[in-house]
Ligand binder design. Structure first.
Ligand SMILES: NC(=O)c1ccc[n+]([C@@H]2O[C@H](COP(=O)([O-])OP(=O)(O)OC[C@H]3O[C@@H](n4cnc5c(N)ncnc54)[C@H](OP(=O)(O)O)[C@@H]3O)[C@@H](O)[C@H]2O)c1
Length: 288
């Protein structure tokens, strides 16, 4: 029941089972990433991709638990719903209010969030941008934005401005973060008067749809890093805008994807795998 038709690796009796739950999930890179990490670390595991419709996550996770699942990743659109499927949360997952990693515990799932640590690792270690003292603009206030915002604040940014298509969601996220001195919201139409930011994060899913985002060039300075949490075709529109706006650097979320996966792997196996080989493989495939 828990092994979907989109599974990318067969399960084998006696081997710990992991899976990513989401919708759509068929093109998820997580099975490949975890397979590579497992090979590097000499760990036997099976990792599959499981398609689950909105509202069905809790049932799917309890089936997976009963079937002996050892751990799971949770992706769009289930990160909020996953919280109620957990018997306990790590402090960072509690602070984020959304979950992307589950680990089997005695009586149910233990929830964590590695999106924030993954983003911060990619920006500060791979891209070598010291986040301390930076003015950050975050576009979007959905599950990904909520997951990464606490980690950005913990990394020492000076200010976080959140702009969302639906302004009430930005206000809700700002209230949730509870740091009025550093976190502000802005109406999208007021971005043109907001001045320049050191880091502009696209945490929207706009790139998956046909409706492009309208962004002014005035939010960019010559030092600005533009970073799209999306990758592949979904990142093309924002990265093209960033190049046209002369951002110092424009980066997609492939590195974050690999880093958050490594943090999930570490939670499950007690060992953080090297990320550069998998990142290089995925980057080469994306450019082929
Ligand atoms: N690299 C990684 O490891 C990683 C990890 C997590 C997520 N992501 C990516 O991050 C993106 C967001 O994921 P999510 O989980 O936060 O999704 P989500 O919870 O569905 O939130 C979507 C967000 O995008 C906004 N949005 C959608 N279409 C828009 C448009 N045309 N113009 C402006 N804003 C628009 C929504 O605004 P409203 O509130 O107005 O609807 C909302 O803020 C996805 O592309 C996902 O693949 C990447």
């Amino acid at each position: 029941m828990w092994q979907s038709p989109t599974s990318t690796q067969p399960s084998v009796a006696g081997i710990p089972r992991y899976a990513v739950f989401g919708s759509p999930i068929a093109h998820s890179l997580s099975p490949l990433i975890h397979r590579r990490f497992a090979e590097q670390c000499g760990i036997a595991l099976a990792y599959t991709a499981i398609e689950v419709a909105a509202g069905r996550l809790e049932a799917a996770l309890s089936e997976f638990f009963v079937a002996g699942g050892s751990g799971a990743n949770i992706t769009l659109p289930h990160k909020l719903e996953a919280v109620s499927a957990c018997v306990a949360l790590t402090p960072r997952a509690r602070r984020a209010g959304v979950v992307n990693t589950l680990k089997r515990a005695d009586h149910g799932w233990f929830g964590d969030n590695t999106d924030g640590s993954g983003l911060v690792a990619d920006i500060s270690e791979r891209l070598r941008l010291d986040l301390r003292g930076r003015r950050v603009l975050m576009l979007g206030a959905g599950g990904a934005a909520q997951g990464v915002a606490p980690a950005l604040l913990d990394a020492g940014i000076e200010a976080l401005t959140i702009a969302n298509r639906t302004p009430e969601r930005a206000d809700h996220l700002s209230d949730w973060l509870g740091e009025p001195a550093r976190v502000h919201t802005l109406y999208w139409q007021d971005l043109k008067d907001a001045g320049a930011f050191d880091l502009i994060l696209n945490a929207t899913s706009a790139g998956h749809g046909a409706q492009p985002m309208a962004l002014p060039f005035g939010i960019v300075a010559p030092r600005t890093l533009a970073y799209d949490l999306s990758y592949g075709a979904a990142a093309v529109g924002f990265l093209s805008w960033a190049k046209a706006a002369h951002c110092a650097q424009a980066q997609d979320g492939l590195g974050m994807l690999v880093e958050q996966a490594a943090d999930s792997f570490a939670l499950w196996h007690g060992l953080r795998p090297p990320t550069d080989p998998v990142y290089a493989e995925l980057r080469a495939a994306a450019q082929a």
